[in-house]
Design a protein. Structure first.
Length: 235
């Protein structure tokens, strides 16, 4: 597909991505989803280390530097700074229930949420080239003074994502600028910008998630999820 090919080339190229196996991020994650659940600072100034090939992320420095947390599709763990396992949660795939208004109330849910978010954020758009992801190009959409091209992606059930169907938007440089999907019964738009190159891979260092109205317009507030990546490396 021409658009997806352009996007992957603009982000660093599939050859470079396939040569990588690990990523390390220094980042902060916040927003009203976190503060309203009583976790305004648990993911401030943390290190995220993960695999580019399988869904796996380990967060170091959560809860003020006192704990670490690991995300994998079949297990979530929380550990002390000396490696003692404090909590575990097996097979957490049913965590994201639209009927649960306190879905991020405990730290296991919070680690699951952040693991899904960060892994999917970082591996897109290369994730869209997987053979089990169905992608089609949609008509362009006007965003302010810019025209953004769009892809609709259908993800397989064995891939842990926030929604099985998502729409991705790309600017005239073929860089990802927005994605839309449902989340906890809400319609959300995730904006991304401030792209930087780390190890040959282009990464948007700022991301912000806001409520999306049925007509496609986006509310300025509240900021549901706010992600800032300070540094990144790949190997």
């Amino acid at each position: 597909m021409a658009l997806l090919d352009d996007v992957i080339d603009a982000t660093g190229g599939m050859s470079r991505w396939n040569s990588l196996s690990r990523f390390t991020l220094h980042l902060s994650v916040g927003g009203t989803l976190f503060s309203s659940a009583g976790h305004p600072r648990e993911f401030k100034d943390v290190i995220a280390e993960g695999s580019t090939r399988t869904q796996s992320v380990r967060f170091t420095g959560i809860t003020g530097g006192e704990q670490s947390g690991s995300f994998q599709p079949d297990a979530i763990t929380i550990e002390s700074v000396d490696g003692e396992v404090l909590q575990t949660w097996s097979n957490p795939n049913l965590a994201f229930s639209d009927t649960d208004s306190h879905v991020l109330a405990d730290e296991l849910h919070l680690i699951f949420f952040c693991g899904v978010a960060i892994w999917n954020y970082l591996t897109t758009p290369f994730l869209l080239a997987r053979p089990d992801v169905a992608v089609e190009e949609l008509s362009p959409l006007q965003e302010g003074s810019e025209t953004w091209r769009r892809l609709r992606a259908q993800f397989p059930p064995n891939l842990v994502t926030f929604a099985g169907e998502q729409i991705f938007y790309f600017d005239d440089k073929a860089l990802q600028r927005r994605s839309d999907h449902d989340l906890f019964g809400m319609k959300v738009a995730h904006y991304s910008w401030a792209h930087e190159i780390f190890g040959g891979i282009v990464v948007p260092t700022l991301r912000r998630s806001q409520l999306r109205q049925p007509d496609g317009t986006v509310n300025a507030k509240p900021i549901l999820i706010d992600v800032e990546i300070f540094d990144a490396s790949f190997d």
